[in-house]
Design a protein around this ligand. Structure first.
Ligand code: FAD
Ligand code: UDP
Length: 370
């Protein structure tokens, strides 16, 4: 008899397995339908010996000291600040849009103050900012929106930015200075020996058993357990009773080139051309030295593994039905990006899992006392 069955060995499941085993001495069985731990953050060495991310580039960034300290028990870090270029009008220019993006794209020599005015002159007045289009046109105007955001977003999500919640493009700021970092967070690092090694360290405990290539459906009636943590898609758990929640998928094309470098930064975005959205060159992320270089091209798709919840009002409404059902289901805890239908970064999932552990702890302790 296990105290816990945990479905999914990504960040959500692994953090809870680790906490319950190490802090509470509970016995945990963690399963995943994939042949590896780490969920979407899984990385591996390819045939050339280069460390690549199987499910696209994962860069760790957070403002939370607590989350950073927690993960630091399982990995050392390589300081890395992410920089992205976008291929626009035949040039590679910084995204987020900043002072250099505009000066280079338009052959100008604006100062930060002048750029603020330049944006103001082009920004559209939007009374009530609701959509991903509103966010961008109200900051930088329609021309830059069309160059940097409309095409990329249509490819990535399969819908127009005017049909997506504002939170999607609001992830990417606009700057009037020359800061060309993709993230502003205080902590920006890559795990020194990769994500998979970090997960191995988290799950390395005598109370934790791992079963891979195992679907929840296969074992739910075969294994005895007292409580369940579910980190897969919440609509799947409830047999799609309120209809399917849309998740956007990606097809990853991994290649190795016989040259040392392919592009000047880790990620180049293609907002205006190509079927893929972005190309990642891993050596920039990992610092690995190697005469060859490995890349990943991302092709968005509706088919395939669920990667992104799609932030639209009707999906949020449908999710709320599942959320109410989830809350009323006793002894099952729903955690993570798929189970709570939230466009969360890794640090947010870790934070959510740690908060869930604290809630479990107090409710289980209450039951024990009772
Ligand atoms: P997952 O990692 O999806 O883990 C869930 C696991 O559950 C999966 O392994 C799945 O196989 C398993 N599972 C589901 N259902 C079942 C079932 N029925 N039976 C058995 N197993 C099941 N975040 C960042 O912070 N920085 C980034 O740079 C970043 N880049 C990203 C790039 C891409 C392309 C994507 C898709 C995501 C990126 N993220 C990034 C987000 C990050 O991947 C997630 O926040 C995080 O991995 C979510 O962890 P999770 O445990 O909730 O879900
Ligand atoms: N986006 C865009 N152009 C870009 C970069 C981002 O239109 O060059 C939009 C797009 O809708 C994307 C969203 O902003 O899905 C969030 O970007 P982010 O890089 O955070 O996406 P993720 O890394 O989560 O795929």
């Amino acid at each position: 008899m296990f105290d816990w069955l945990i479905v999914g060995a990504g960040f959500a499941g692994s953090v809870l397995a680790e906490r319950l085993a190490r802090e509470r001495d509970e016995h945990v069985l963690i399963i995943d339908r994939r042949p590896h731990i780490g969920g979407n953050a899984y990385d591996r060495h390819d045939a050339a010996g280069l460390l690549i991310h199987q499910y696209g580039p994962h860069i760790f960034h957070t403002n939370s000291e607590q989350i950073f300290d927690y993960l630091s028990a399982f990995t050392g870090w390589r300081h890395y600040e992410h920089r992205v270029l976008a291929q626009v009008d035949g040039q590679l220019v910084p995204i987020p849009i900043n002072l250099d993006t505009i000066n280079r794209l338009y052959g100008l020599e604006l100062t930060p103050d002048e750029l603020a005015q330049w944006f103001q002159a082009r920004a559209e007045k939007v009374q009530d900012i609701q959509t991903s289009e509103d966010v961008v046109v109200s900051q930088v105007g329609r021309e830059l929106y069309e160059k940097f955001f409309r095409g990329y977003t249509r490819k990535q999500w399969g819908v127009d930015p005017s049909e997506l919640d504002k939170s999607v493009t609001a992830r990417v700021p606009t700057r009037t200075n020359s800061d060309d970092r993709y993230f502003n967070d205080q902590y920006q690092y890559m795990p020194k020996h990769g994500y998979t090694r970090m997960f191995e360290n988290m799950l390395d405990h005598p109370n934790i058993k791992i079963m891979l290539q195992t679907d929840f459906e296969e074992i739910r009636n075969e294994v005895a357990f007292r409580r369940l943590v579910f980190t897969g898609p919440v609509d799947e758990f409830f047999g799609y009773r309120f209809g399917k929640l849309p998740y956007r998928s990606l097809r990853f094309h991994h290649v190795t080139h016989e040259k040392e470098w392919h592009q000047p930064v880790a990620v180049v975005n293609y907002p205006m051309e190509q079927d893929y959205t972005r190309v990642t060159e891993y050596k920039h992320l990992t610092g690995q030295k190697h005469p060859l270089t490995s890349l990943t091209y991302e092709y968005p798709s509706d088919l395939g593994d669920p990667y992104y919840p799609v932030p639209r009002p009707e999906n949020a409404q449908r999710y709320r039905l599942y959320e109410a059902l989830a809350k009323s289901t006793t002894d099952v805890w729903f955690v993570g990006r798929l189970a709570t239908y939230r466009y969360y970064n890794m640090d947010q999932v870790v934070g959510q899992a740690l908060a869930t552990f604290r809630r479990i702890d107090s409710s289980v302790l209450r039951q024990r006392r009772g």
